[in-house]
Each structure stands twice: as C-alpha cells, then as structure tokens.
Design a protein around this ligand. Structure first.
Ligand code: NAP
Length: 383
C-alpha cells in the first residue's frame, strides 16, 4: 500500500511507530526494528526502508491527538528515519579543574608526529595525571594555560585542545592525557608569528609542569553502542578526538580494558592533510585497517599531492562528494553518527557535498541536518 504523500504536511505533529524487518545495517540484515517518527518524516523513512530492502510490518499512530490510523504504507515508496531519539550518554566529568585552581600535569613525553619533509610542526604530548582527580572520556577537551604573560603583561589565558587519548591514556593506566598539537604559524606584516600556547607545548620538555583545566565538552562524545557506525571527517590535528575513538574501538589493550565496548560497527575516517609526511598516527591507522578490514575504512585527501575532479587541491569535502551515495546510505541507518573536527573552512564544502548526495536521494539536506543534530548524530568541533 502507499501513503499519499500529498496528504503529508510538514506541520502535522502526529507521531507513528513503524515496525520494520530485514533492514540492512553494516552488511547484515537486522531482525525487527521500531522507529518512532512524526508524520512529516514518513515519506523519507519509507524511502530508506525501501532502499535498504526492509519490509514494513506495521504502522501505528502513537500520538493521542490523532485517533485515525495511518494508511498502511508501501515499502516500494519507503524513506529514512535517520532521526531517532537522542543517544543517552553517561554524564561526562566536567570542569574538575578551573583556571583559578588548575591541575599541574608533569610532561611525560613530547615527540613529533611528522615524517621527514612534512610542513610545519605537529607534536604528541603526554601529561601525567596521577596526582589528582583529573579524568575524562573520549571526545572531551582540556585547557592549557601557558606560562608567561601576554602583550598587556597579564597572565596568559587558557587555550582548549581536544584530547587525543582514551580515558585509559596511552599507557592504559588511566593516569595520563595526550594532545595532538600543531604549532600555529602565520605571516603578519612581513613577520612570521608563532602561536603562544602551541609553541609553548611543542617546545616543552619532559619533567616540566603545565597548568591544565577541565575537562570540558559534550559535543564529541562517542555513542556507547558497539554496533554504531561512525563516520569521521578530520583535517590536520582535528584527528585528535578520532585518534581516541579509533584506539577505543580497535587497540588490543583498549579492547581488553572495555569488555562492554567491543566495537562491531563500521568506522570510516576521511582525513585531510597537506602532504604524505603530514599524515598523523599513520602506523596505528594502517594496523587497525589490517586487523579490522571489515570494520575500519580509511580514506585520505592529501591536498598538495592529489587533485580533485576540477583540478584543484583534494580536500575532504571532495572525498565526501566522491563517496556521497555511500555516506548517505550509511546516514540513513539510525545507528550512524558523523563527527567533524578541524578547520572551520571545511564546513561549507561538506555541507555542499552532503546537499548534493541528499538531492540524489530526493532528500533535503538543510532539513535533515538539524534533525540529525537533534538526534545527537551530527557532531562538529571546528576552529
Ligand atoms: P593543516 O595541516 O593546516 O590542514 C589540514 C588539511 O586541511 C590540509 O590538507 C589543508 O589543505 C586542508 N584545508 C585547508 N583549507 C581547507 C578547507 N577550507 N576545507 C577543507 N580542507 C582544507 O591543519 P591543522 O593546522 O592541523 O589545523 C587543523 C585545525 O583543527 C586547526 O584550525 C585547529 O585549531 C583545529 N582543531 C585542533 C584541535 C586540536 O586539539 N589540536 C581540535 C579541534 C580542531 P592546504 O593547506 O593544502 O590548502
């Protein structure tokens, strides 16, 4: 049977529960799944069900306002309910240490992540946390207050950095935190300016004590679901939270520490760097790919070595456009989450690529994106 789409008004607030069988997710077919959706999303949801080869078992009105049952729809006309109830996260720790009373973390290690011939400086820096109560979860950030004063003679202010380690830290003892930091460098009036905090961090020696605040951040938390699909879009040091997610998913020591989180979904990292020697954590990523070929996919956009179809620099939005159909099919699965971290400049390009991919499926990205955001499935941290 078909639902008359002409009758579907966006303003209609009636809710319906759809029971669907045999949806395709991460290469396998699910048994039964329930979707609770407003009438305005019926058309898209039905199309998604159809595209994923699902069979609609029932449609029941869940909204008391409407007593009239919905006409039973047809899977032949089916579409997505990418939008479901928001993910429930355990409350993460926040602001355990404030700027007025920061934690003093001893530097345990500071090394370059770049290979020979890379542009700039990017370091992996690890701090000891064993003396206090600073703890965190994947996807959060910490504040660093660099030593010294600013141009007005006032103490330097804190800068936030995404945490690059899991809650267990790089040595799995839950007593360290690691950052991935690029030394900021730009030209002004013919002079090269270096970032205050990023230079402080890239130059810091093991044994030094650094003022740390936080943790903060709830935007980039990983869903607790082991079967979730996670699409990660990162430029440069924007890989920091993704490095933590991927360790949590695929590192053998991490998996042993997390019996309740044995990741089985699909993780897809689309990573943008200027040159091959600028690739970050490359060995680990290659190892995950070798060990978990069905669960981890890794796509690179190496801007100054590869060209996009118009002959310009290859950016991650070009990769998103290239794989738009696949990405969208994944997004139609309510278990799929997208994380974006890095340069703010990538956002319009990614939006454009997503709009085109949505359009090809008869969907409207500007309507869909806020719905994904509301369902806690679209996560952005850009600077
Ligand atoms: P980068 O190495 O300078 O650049 C990464 C890649 O992005 C390069 O290939 C670059 O290409 C490309 N790119 C430049 N403009 C772009 C655009 N408009 N759209 C898409 N790609 C673009 O990166 P980075 O210096 O590490 O910077 C990463 C950003 O992430 C910084 O803004 C940083 O503040 C932010 N961030 C950092 C953290 C952290 O904790 N470390 C966390 C979140 C966000 P070309 O240079 O070849 O043009």
């Amino acid at each position: 049977m078909r639902i008359s789409t002409a009758a579907l008004r966006q303003s209609d607030a009636r809710m319906f529960t759809l029971v669907v069988q045999g949806l395709k997710a991460a290469g396998t077919r699910t048994a039964e799944r329930c979707f609770s959706i407003p009438l305005s999303q019926m058309q898209t949801t039905l199309r998604m069900i159809n595209q994923q080869g699902g069979r609609l078992l029932s449609v029941t009105p869940t909204d008391q306002v409407s007593a009239s049952p919905a006409p039973a729809p047809s899977a032949a006309n089916a579409a997505p309910a990418p939008v479901t109830t928001p993910v429930k996260h355990e409350a993460p720790p926040v602001n355990l240490y404030k700027p007025k009373d920061p934690y003093f973390g001893t530097v345990l290690g500071n090394y370059s992540l770049l290979a020979e011939g890379a542009i700039g400086r990017v370091n992996h820096i690890t701090f000891d946390l064993s003396e206090g109560n600073l703890h965190y979860v994947e996807g959060q950030s910490i504040g660093i207050i660099p030593d010294g004063v600013d141009s007005n003679g006032k103490p330097n202010k804190l800068r936030l950095y995404s945490i690059a380690s899991t809650r267990h830290g790089d040595n799995l003892e839950a007593k360290t935190v690691s950052l991935c930091v690029r030394q900021l460098q730009y030209e002004k009036d013919g002079e090269t300016i270096y970032g205050v905090c990023s230079s402080f961090l890239c130059d810091i020696e093991p044994g030094a004590k650094v003022k740390i605040t936080g943790p903060v951040g709830k935007e980039m938390l990983l869903p607790p679901d082991e079967d979730a699909n996670v699409i990660m879009l990162a430029t440069g040091t924007g890989i920091a939270p993704m490095r933590a997610y991927l360790r949590r998913m695929f590192d053998a020591g991490e998996r042993a520490k997390n019996p309740a989180y044995q990741f089985r979904g699909k993780a897809w990292l689309i990573m943008g760097v200027p040159t091959t020697p600028n690739l970050l954590y490359e060995e680990d990523l290659q190892a995950y790919q070798a060990e978990f070929p069905d669960n981890f996919r890794y796509t690179k956009a190496i801007s100054r070595e590869q060209q996009n179809p118009s002959g310009g620099r290859m950016y991650i939005q070009d990769r998103v456009a290239e794989h738009g159909e696949e990405i969208f099919t994944m997004i139609e699965d309510p278990k799929t989450h997208v994380y974006m971290c890095g340069l703010r400049g990538m956002e319009p390009g990614i939006d454009e690529a997503m709009s085109k991919a949505a359009e090809a499926k008869g969907l409207n990205w500007s309507e869909l994106r806020p719905q994904l955001k509301k369902a806690d499935r679209w996560h952005v941290e850009t600077y």
